[in-house]
Design a protein around this ligand. Structure first.
Ligand code: DC
Length: 212
């Protein structure tokens, strides 16, 4: 069983994907971390994430063990990720890994949940379940501010809002694998939902689909 969760930043995809994977006994892959790791690798080598040759080389030789998990969750990593993600050679280099994970999940699991931007449209167009997880820009920006403050970072709300708007525009406007719901995706707006509410709505959809 393959479950594809796509959507913009801070829509609640990661939390929902982890909860669904736990609940259904599936493996979980956060595909954004592959783009983040590629962006961080370029920065650590002193390069520019928008430089196609440098970014492609980093994606082709990516070694996740060399990057500390806490370095992936910073705003700088997210910004670098959205730049390398617009480069076709980077996306091609990361595609195989994602497809292999989906079709042969680790630890003998019977399936996988992948979250990202193009799972239902490009990586796994044959996924059994596709959910496009979204929320208003205001709500996503509020969540990101809270997440950063909880980590002890000083944040300017208007800056987080503008950065998120810029990241959305870049993810939706790129020529290759832009962020958009697959034609057969269920759109789940989490604006008024907490994590439990989102999980309940996703499970209700999955159950209704399996009965059809
Ligand atoms: O979900 P995230 O914030 O960790 O993603 C970081 C960046 O990577 C984001 O700007 C979009 C990009 N990305 C992508 O293009 N395709 C994916 N499948 C996952 C992430």
């Amino acid at each position: 069983m393959i479950i594809a969760l796509d959507g913009p930043a801070a829509a609640g995809k990661g939390t929902l994907a982890r909860a669904l994977a736990d609940d259904l006994g599936l493996a979980y892959l956060d595909t954004g971390s592959l783009y983040r790791a590629t962006g961080v690798a370029v920065l650590q080598a002193g390069g520019d994430p928008a430089d196609a040759a440098a970014a492609e080389r980093a994606a082709q030789t990516l070694d996740l063990a060399k990057i500390r998990p806490q370095d992936l969750r910073t705003e700088a990593a997210g910004d670098a990720a959205s730049k390398v993600a617009a480069i076709p050679g980077v996306r091609a280099a990361l595609l195989d890994y994602q497809r292999r994970f989906a079709h042969s999940p680790p630890d003998g699991k019977r399936g996988a949940v992948l979250d990202g931007r193009d799972i239902g449209t490009v990586v796994c167009p044959d996924a059994d379940v596709k959910i496009f997880v979204t929320a208003s820009l205001e709500e996503r920006s509020r969540r990101r501010v809270k997440e950063l403050r909880d980590k002890g970072e000083t944040v300017i709300e208007s800056r987080v809002f503008a950065d998120m708007q810029a990241r959305d525009a870049r993810d939706q406007g790129r020529g290759v694998a832009p962020l958009k719901p697959a034609d057969d995706a269920f759109v789940l707006d989490t604006s008024g939902l907490d994590a439990q509410g989102a999980l309940a709505a996703a499970k209700a959809y999955i159950e209704s689909k399996s009965k059809r």
